[in-house]
Design a protein around this ligand. Structure first.
Ligand SMILES: *Cc1c(COP(=O)(O)O)cnc(C)c1O
Length: 453
């Protein structure tokens, strides 16, 4: 309602102010009245098409201030002598419909907890997509497991289930899809493979808070789902994370691992242990109190991101050479941690991606290229020289692995074409989405001149 009014006022005032200027652009049936739309690109001296000041992040008010003060003065600063971690776990489990939620120090800690609970170790292969944040990879190598890349689906940016099947061996210990950008991977196909091959499916849902697959919350579909509450994430406490699971035994094993081999009943100066390995991967009470406060805004923010992303996609799909990341039919909701699209320079008179991004930034639209090609990055290829890996897997296997890593050709293409907007941009109003579309439209119309400049 408010957005509608704002937009109408925006249109009226713009048309009045620029009397004589006709409709500058129409995208997806939506008329963009920004007077400058078809004019000179900002990069070539024109006025920026996007004048929106995108919302600040993080968002907080007295709810967080009071929560922090109350935690401080409670003297209960860790989960062993406070109640706030448990309270957050209960709230997050309820919001997601998960049977169990275990808070952790970070998304990486949540993933490490699950790796520990599954006892992933030397000789084990874990299947992951190459298009992800490096933490997905790191938690495997930290346990001397072998990360196996299954190539992505160019249209969706997500792991390609067909490629998962092709990479399974007798050493495969787990499948770890990532819901990249907060949009669900093809979970029906992935869960089917997991069931057929009797392999646990661990969801890296670190970007996918409140996303849904066929009405069920992401992170509750596999054996476990891991979330990050790091500062950039849609739900954040600076650092933080959580594991969701519906499995009672697995929940307890995770708790024990994240708490130095000490179970829920072990309190204070009682030094009894279970399992064989553990660590301290606990979330603090301060972080938990912020998370509970931040959760009061999560639903509304998720709704807004989805509405704005749908509106933006409708407009951008009309521009030749712009391909918003496809959502699978099973997606009933994305988290839109990122708004991702592919840019086809050939449809922009050969204006290459870095110059497209420079032109878009000049128009006032913050943007980036996103991930590099992880599967061939030196950070990854260097593993083949690691003395422990040579000892565990042998020179021949590590050579094979390097060759295998070169076969993610869709990922290479994706990394050359991807463009990202951040989730905070999707928290702006609808007119901001129109300005983003107008900026790209203007670059499209002037791509020949920009390519020559
Ligand atoms: C952020 C992120 C992680 C790691 O989370 P941290 O809280 O930063 O440790 C893991 N996987 C993905 C896909 C992420 O985006």
């Amino acid at each position: 309602m408010k957005d509608q009014l704002t937009r109408r006022q925006f249109i009226r005032s713009t048309s009045a102010a620029s009397a004589g200027v006709t409709v500058a652009a129409s995208i997806g049936g939506i008329h963009l009245f920004a007077a400058e739309t078809a004019d000179k690109p900002a990069k070539l001296g024109g006025k920026p098409a996007c004048t929106t000041k995108f919302p600040r992040w993080p968002v907080y008010d007295d709810t967080e201030r009071n929560a922090l003060r109350e935690t401080l003065e409670s003297n209960g600063w860790f989960r062993g002598n406070g109640s706030r971690v448990a309270k957050f776990e209960e709230a997050y489990a309820k919001a997601t419909g998960a049977k169990h939620c275990l808070a952790a120090a970070s998304g990486t800690a949540a993933l490490s907890t699950v790796m520990g609970a599954l006892d992933i170790g030397p000789g084990d292969e874990v299947i992951i997509p190459p298009y992800t944040f490096v933490a997905t990879y790191n938690v495997i190598t930290l346990n001397y497991g072998l990360p196996i890349f299954a190539d992505v689906d160019l249209e969706s940016f997500q792991i390609d289930p067909k490629q998962i099947s092709a990479t399974i061996t007798k050493s495969t210990a787990a499948i770890m899809p990532v819901h990249i950008g907060g949009s669900p991977a093809d979970m029906d196909a992935i869960l089917r493979i997991g069931k057929e091959k009797n392999l646990p499916v661990i969801e890296d849902a670190c970007q996918a808070h409140m996303a849904e697959w066929q009405g069920k919350k992401i992170g509750t579909l596999g054996l476990a789902g891991c979330f990050s509450f790091q500062a950039s994430k849609n739900l954040n406490s600076g650092e933080g994370g959580a594991v969701l699971t519906n499995d009672d035994n697995f929940a307890e094993t995770c708790y024990v691992f994240h708490n130095q081999g000490r179970g829920r009943q072990v309190k204070g100066y009682n030094f009894t242990y279970s399992g064989t390995r553990g660590s301290n991967l606990r979330l603090s009470e301060f972080q938990a109190s912020i998370l509970t406060a931040q959760m009061t805004r999560l639903e509304e923010q998720t709704k807004r991101r989805n509405e704005n992303a749908a509106y933006l996609s409708k407009m951008l799909s009309e521009i030749p050479g712009i391909h918003p990341a496809k959502l699978y039919d099973g997606v009933t909701r994305s988290a839109f941690h990122l708004y991702m699209f592919r840019y086809d320079a050939a449809r922009f008179n050969g204006l290459d991606r870095s110059r497209f991004l420079a032109a878009l930034s000049a128009e006032g639209v913050p943007c980036s290229v996103g991930y590099g090609v992880m599967n061939t990055d030196e950070y990854v290829t260097g593993l083949a020289k690691n003395r422990h890996y040579l000892k565990i897997y042998g020179e021949k296997r590590m050579k094979e692995w390097l060759e295998q890593n070169k076969q993610c050709l869709q990922n290479e293409k994706l990394c050359q074409q991807a463009v990202w907007f951040t989730q905070t941009m999707l928290l702006a109003d609808r007119s901001a989405m129109e300005q983003i579309a107008a900026a790209i439209h203007r670059i499209s119309k002037n791509s020949a001149a920009l390519a020559k400049a």
